[in-house]
Design a protein around this ligand. Structure first.
Ligand SMILES: O=C(O)CCC(=O)C(=O)O
Ligand SMILES: [Fe+2]
Length: 328
């Protein structure tokens, strides 16, 4: 099992200075060790999470012809709408078009629906006609807002951990150009999954600053062991928690103090035979405002701890990695 601590987030917003520092220290330790943490008492009501999974199921159960009324545009620069199984292929730092094409011989056997902030002009949302799934759009917009609020609370705590003075990291995410993703991995024969003919999601790190991940009870998420490259360990669903991980931008910002750990989805624990059941998950990706310069934060480098990365504009880095996801 991956060694991911569970941190109580209850006092994150209204706690005393000491209580907030205590939360910040625990998350700091988790992000240094493994780059992942489970938060409990995170403030997103259980009913709301359950409702989101229910909507996700309703959406993916629609006929493909209906889902394609909200099609993900070709190419990776406008990451919204519905992607049918095999359309998106996740990879890890592979940008050569020929190599990416070869990777596609093993399609990711998943389908997804992406939405973002209603005021995101660069990537407008792509909704179904309201009559195809009445209420879906309103719920997703409300879920976006709840997750957005949690991200900003988390950024306040992370600012304490990294000694970023007020207004802290939250101010660098002021536009909240985040992404809410519904993922469905259809049932698949264990043989097919084992034979590497089809994957669920390939090993990758996330691109942004932080990711929230809600998973159903099926399991299958695996995380690379920090000191044993290539060895993956289960990160099972823990009821009433949200799993939070560091993305590449945050890792660069912290000059690798925090790890952007590679993860993938494969077999659920103890289930390698017969049919591997359907799985649903709901990641929520946060990223800094497009024109934020991601350069090692002042507390994260100095003598004996040199800067490890070139500075990069947030938007440029994310666009580069998104472009590798889709054949344009
Ligand atoms: O489905 C999951 O649990 C993980 C999904 C994921 O890692 C991603 O979408 O970046
Ligand atoms: Fe991921």
């Amino acid at each position: 099992m991956a060694d991911i601590p569970i941190v109580d987030f209850a006092q994150a917003a209204s706690g005393t200075k000491e209580e907030k520092e205590h939360i910040a220290n625990q998350i700091d330790a988790a992000f240094r060790n493994i780059g992942f943490v489970y938060l409990k008492n995170h403030g997103v009501p259980r009913e709301k999470v359950d409702e989101c999974f229910a909507w996700s199921k309703n959406f993916f159960e629609l006929p493909i012809s209906t889902k394609l009324l909200a099609p993900h545009p070709p190419g990776g620069s406008h990451h919204r709408g519905y992607s049918a199984p095999g359309v998106e292929k996740v990879s890890q730092h592979e940008y050569d078009a020929n190599e990416l094409h070869k990777l596609r011989n093993v399609p990711d056997f998943k389908e997804s629906y992406e939405s973002g902030n209603t005021n995101d002009e660069a990537q407008p949302n792509i909704w179904l006609p309201e009559s195809s799934l009445p209420g879906f759009r309103a719920f997703m917009e409300s879920y976006f807002d709840v997750c957005k609020a949690l991200v900003h609370q988390l950024l306040d705590i992370l600012s304490i951990a990294l000694n970023v003075p007020n207004p802290g990291l939250s101010a660098t995410h002021a536009q909240s150009l985040f992404q809410l993703r519904l993922l469905h991995y259809p049932a698949i024969s264990a043989q097919e999954l084992a034979g590497k003919k089809r994957s669920r999601i390939n090993a990758h790190s996330d691109f942004g600053t932080v990711t929230l991940l809600f998973q159903d009870a099926v399991g299958g998420l695996e995380i690379e062991a920090p000191t044993r490259p290539g060895e993956f360990r289960p990160a099972p669903p823990v009821p009433d928690t949200v799993l939070v991980n560091v993305g590449d931008l945050m890792s660069r910002w912290s000059n690798d103090r925090w790890k952007s750990t590679v993860h993938r989805v494969g077999f659920p624990q103890g289930n390698r035979e017969g049919i591997v059941p359907d799985r649903y998950s709901i990641p929520f990706f946060a990223t800094a405002d497009p024109d934020t310069l991601i350069a090692a934060l002042p507390g994260c480098w100095g003598e004996g701890n040199e800067k490890r990365y070139e500075s990069v504009m947030a938007e440029r880095y994310v666009q580069m990695r998104m472009a590798a996801l889709y054949e344009g």
